[in-house]
Design a protein around this ligand. Structure first.
Ligand SMILES: [Zn+2]
Length: 451
C-alpha cells in the first residue's frame, strides 16, 4: 500500500515540465502513462504460429487486453512475396567459393545465397553462421560458409526437385519450431482478427539472420514483408516490426529504422533505457524517465518470476514491460501452456487500474509523443485553452492524457477538442485542483470550461 501511494506521488512530481509552478491554475502536464497509470505492459508474440491466434488471442479478447503479433509473412499461405535470393546467379557464387575462401568482402552475399542454392539442407549453414556471427565469432562463421559451399560443390547435398516451395520448406518449419503439416494462419484469418484491437507487425518474410545478409537481401526481407502486411492488413499495421532472433546488429537496425517507425529490437532514445531479454539489470535502478524492460517467458520460466515482473512494473513509475512470447500450447519455440497463459493474463488483468496494457505501437507512440510534445495553456476569463503539438509526423497520432489545473471553485467541467466533447470530474492532489482528459496531438485547441 505504502509503495503504491509513493509511486503515485512520484508520477505527479516527475511529469511536471519546467515552467509555471506546478498546480498553478492554467498549468497542463502530460501524464507519464496513459490515463495517469503507473506503468505499461505490452504483450507481444513472435513468429505467427497458429496457437497465438487460436489460443492466446481469445484469452486476450475475453479480458480486453490488446496483443502485438509479429508475423513471418512468407509462411502465410497465398503470400506472393516469397523468400528468394536477390543477386547474381547462384552458380557463379558456388563456383567462386572453390577459388577463394570466405572473408569480409564476400561473406554477406554467400550467407544470403546459401539457403537458395537449389540443394536440400543448405539452410543449416545460414543458421549456424548467423548464430556464430551474432555471438561475435566471425571467423568461425566464415568457416561454416566455406564448409557449406564445399559440400555443395562435392555433391554432398541432394538437388531440390522443382521450384523452391517456401511455405512447405524444411527451413520454415525449423525456424518456427513447428512440425511439418501443422496449420498456418491465413490472410483471411488475420483480416478477420483485424476487427479487434490487436496490432500486427512484420517479422520478415522468412525469418533469416539478417545480420549475415547483404544490403539488397536485408532490404528485400524487410520491405516485401512490410508491403504484404500493408496490402492485406493496412498501413496501421506497419508501424512496428521485429527483426528475427532479437538482433541488435547495427546494419540491420539502420535499414530497419528506415522502413518502420519502431523496431522492438532497439529503440535508441536519450530518455529511455533498454534492458534486453537476457540482461539482469534491475529496471528500478535506471535513471532515465523511461525504461523499456524486455522479458521473454520460456517453457521453464516459473510463474512466480513472470508475476514478479508485473509487480515491479506496478511498484515503479517508469517501467514499460515488454513481454515476448514465442510458442503457445505445444506449438512454436519454447511454448508455454494455455493454463499458464490464462493464469498470467488474469494476473495482469487484475492490475489494470495501475497498469496500461498497450500494443507495442501505442507504447512507442505514447512515450515518444510525450517526450517531444509542447503543451501550453492560456486562461481567458472562464475558459482555459490548451494546445498540444509535436513534430514527430502524422503517424504519431495517439491521444495523450493531459492534466490541467483549474480554479478550485470549478465543478462541472466540460472539455472540447474540435467535435469531441468530454465531461471531466474535478480531482485534487497536493498540487491543487485538476481535470484529467484525453487530447489529440496536433489537433484543434482544447477548450476547458465550467458550467
Ligand atoms: Zn522469431
Amino acid at each position: 500500500m505504502y509503495r503504491a501511494v509513493l509511486g503515485l506521488l512520484l508520477v505527479v512530481t516527475m511529469v511536471l515540465p519546467a515552467g509555471p509552478a506546478s498546480g498553478q491554475v492554467g498549468t497542463t502536464t502530460i501524464t507519464k502513462w496513459q490515463e495517469g497509470k503507473t506503468g505499461a505492459v505490452s504483450i507481444t508474440f513472435d513468429d505467427g504460429t497458429i496457437n497465438h491466434f487460436r489460443v492466446a488471442r481469445p484469452l486476450l479478447n475475453e479480458r480486453g487486453l490488446p496483443g502485438t503479433f509479429y508475423i513471418v509473412t512468407g509462411g502465410i499461405p497465398g503470400s506472393e512475396e516469397k523468400g528468394r535470393f536477390i543477386g547474381r546467379p547462384v552458380e557463379e557464387i558456388i563456383e567462386e567459393t572453390g577459388e577463394d575462401s570466405t572473408d569480409a568482402d564476400n561473406f554477406f552475399e554467400r550467407a544470403s545465397a546459401v539457403r537458395y542454392l537449389g540443394y536440400k539442407g543448405t539452410y543449416k549453414y545460414h543458421m549456424e553462421a548467423g548464430g556464430l556471427y551474432e555471438q561475435g565469432n566471425v571467423q568461425e562463421a566464415y568457416d561454416v560458409i566455406d564448409e557449406g559451399y564445399r559440400k555443395v560443390r562435392q555433391g554432398e547435398h541432394e538437388k531440390k526437385d522443382g521450384s523452391w516451395d517456401y511455405p512447405l520448406s524444411e527451413y520454415m518449419y525449423e525456424v518456427m519450431a513447428v512440425e511439418p503439416g501443422v496449420d498456418l494462419v491465413t490472410w483471411d484469418d488475420l483480416q478477420s482478427y483485424d476487427t479487434e484491437f490487436h496490432e500486427f507487425g512484420s517479422h520478415t518474410i522468412t525469418h533469416p539472420y539478417l545480420a549475415v545478409m547483404d544490403e539488397k537481401n536485408i532490404r528485400y526481407e524487410l520491405r516485401e514483408s512490410r508491403e504484404a502486411i500493408q496490402k492485406h492488413l493496412g498501413e496501421e499495421h506497419t508501424f512496428s516490426a521485429e527483426a528475427p532472433f532479437g538482433t541488435k546488429d547495427e546494419r540491420v537496425m539502420e535499414l530497419g529504422h528506415e522502413m518502420s517507425p519502431a523496431l522492438r529490437n532497439r529503440m535508441p532514445r536519450p530518455y529511455l533505457t533498454e534492458i534486453e531479454r537476457g540482461s539482469e539489470v534491475k529496471p528500478d535502478t535506471t535513471r532515465t524517465p523511461y525504461t523499456l524492460w524486455q522479458r521473454g517467458p520460456l517453457s521453464d520460466t516459473p510463474m512466480s518470476e513472470m508475476k514478479r515482473w508485473v509487480d515491479v512494473t506496478q511498484q515503479n513509475d517508469n517501467i514499460w514491460l515488454v513481454l515476448v512470447f514465442h510458442g503457445i500450447e505445444g506449438i512454436g519455440w519454447e511454448p508455454i501452456s494455455k493454463a499458464e497463459m490464462t493464469e498470467y493474463l488474469d494476473y495482469i488483468d487484475a492490475r489494470t487500474d495501475d497498469l496500461w496494457v498497450a500494443t507495442f505501437a501505442d507504447g512507442t507512440k505514447y512515450v515518444q509523443e510525450r517526450m517531444n510534445a509542447e503543451v501550453s495553456t492560456e486562461r481567458r476569463e472562464d475558459v482555459l485553452s490548451v494546445t498540444l503539438t509535436h513534430s514527430l509526423g502524422e503517424r504519431y497520432d495517439l491521444p495523450l492524457t493531459l492534466r490541467t489545473y483549474v480554479p478550485s471553485s470549478w465543478a462541472d467541467v466540460q472539455i472540447g477538442q474540435g467535435d469531441d466533447r468530454q465531461s471531466a470530474t474535478v480531482q485534487t492532489d497536493d498540487q491543487g485542483t485538476y481535470v484529467q482528459y484525453q487530447a489529440r496531438p496536433n489537433g484543434e485547441t482544447i477548450r476547458i470550461t465550467s458550467r
